[in-house]
Design a protein around this ligand. Structure first.
Ligand code: SF4
Ligand SMILES: [Zn+2]
Ligand SMILES: [Zn+2]
Length: 329
């Protein structure tokens, strides 16, 4: 049961485009085995083509593979003739070092790119040999200098040799007739896991945001009111805010009391006006089980509290012995 067949002129015919009236105007043959097909337009089953000779040995994989190629080929030309875009949409990583000297951090982010294939590659051909490879379809630019392979993947993935050849490849995974519709969506997107791009764009592009950096970093900082805060900032924003001192967390680093303790000690060693229970002579942090929200046990006031309690505590006594023992960041 196939949805598509070939006409006598080897044109693709979708059963949806046949009615009881026009069905006899042509003869149909199988895309896969070339045997005669009969259109079935009954009222009960979904309309389909079936082999005239029952029990014909026919490969559905071959059918899907050839069908995918033909639909892509014909639809691409149709779009080109009608001036309709046929886009690919992909994502790549960018790395910008604008603030590297200042903060030793690289601003890295993903960016999406979309372009109209037809604009750059107006020509399409079936199984044309390129070096040692024969792509299912070959797209080429006006001067035949640049090209993209289109590969229809039913049972065989594109080979590593092909990928390693650095040729640009778009692989479309077709598992059933429904997937064919994907080809006619006019955008082959990286978001669809049936689409794979190889060698289309370098993985990392060196870029420059000219200071408009957008990657967000986790920052622990001492604000102008001498409070320790934790927030997300772009590298640009760090310089724009009134911050006494800061520490930019690494990708895998988590904000916790140990980090806050090290940061407080760093501020204190720089003689910044900081108050934090981690630096107070009355904290007994290490003697108690750590509670994330209240990691401090105050032996003077006899309670557990958050390390920022010190900001408003009148009993705070900064202990330099403690501070000197703390590793700083
Ligand atoms: S609550 Fe006050 S006295 Fe207790 S550790 Fe914190 S700052 Fe020190
Ligand atoms: Zn067949
Ligand atoms: Zn940047």
């Amino acid at each position: 049961m196939y949805k598509y067949a070939l006409t006598q002129n080897n044109e693709l015919m979708d059963i949806e485009n046949l009615s009881k009236i026009n069905k006899d105007n042509n003869e149909y043959k199988c895309i896969s085995c070339n045997e005669k097909l009969i259109p079935k337009l009954g009222d009960i089953n979904a309309h389909h083509f079936s082999h005239y000779i029952k029990n014909t040995v026919c490969s559905r994989e071959t059918y899907l593979h050839k069908l995918g190629k033909m639909v892509f080929h014909d639809y691409y030309i149709e779009c080109k003739n009608k001036n309709i875009e046929y886009n690919i949409e992909y994502e790549f990583s960018k790395e910008c070092k604008y603030y590297f000297k200042k903060y030793s951090k690289i601003c890295s982010y993903k960016e999406e790119q979309k372009f109209n294939l037809i604009e750059f590659f107006p020509n399409i051909a079936y199984q044309k040999k390129v070096d040692n490879f024969i792509p299912d379809l070959l797209l080429t630019d006006k001067n035949n200098k640049n090209q993209i392979f289109i590969e229809i993947f039913v049972t065989h993935r594109v080979t590593w040799e092909k990928i390693n050849s650095k040729n640009r490849i778009i692989e479309i995974n077709i598992k059933n007739e429904k997937d064919i519709e994907l080809i006619k969506q006019n955008t082959l997107s990286y978001r669809d896991n049936r689409i794979n791009f190889y060698n289309i764009q370098k993985n990392i592009v060196k870029s420059n945001c000219n200071g408009e950096c957008r990657k967000l970093f986790n920052l622990i900082y001492l604000n102008k009111d001498c409070e320790i805060k934790f927030d997300k900032f772009t590298l640009r924003e760090i310089g724009e805010n009134s911050i006494f001192e800061f520490y930019i967390l690494n990708e895998k680093e988590e904000y916790n009391n140990d980090l806050e303790k090290m940061f407080s000690a760093k501020c204190s060693k720089k003689n910044l006006p900081i108050k934090n229970c981690n630096l107070c002579r009355y904290n007994m942090l290490d003697k108690f089980e750590k509670n994330k929200n209240e990691p401090i046990y105050c032996k003077f006031l006899n309670f557990t509290c958050n390390s920022k309690e010190a900001e408003s505590c009148e009993s705070y006594v900064q202990d330099y012995k403690i501070i000197n023992r703390i590793e700083t960041i």
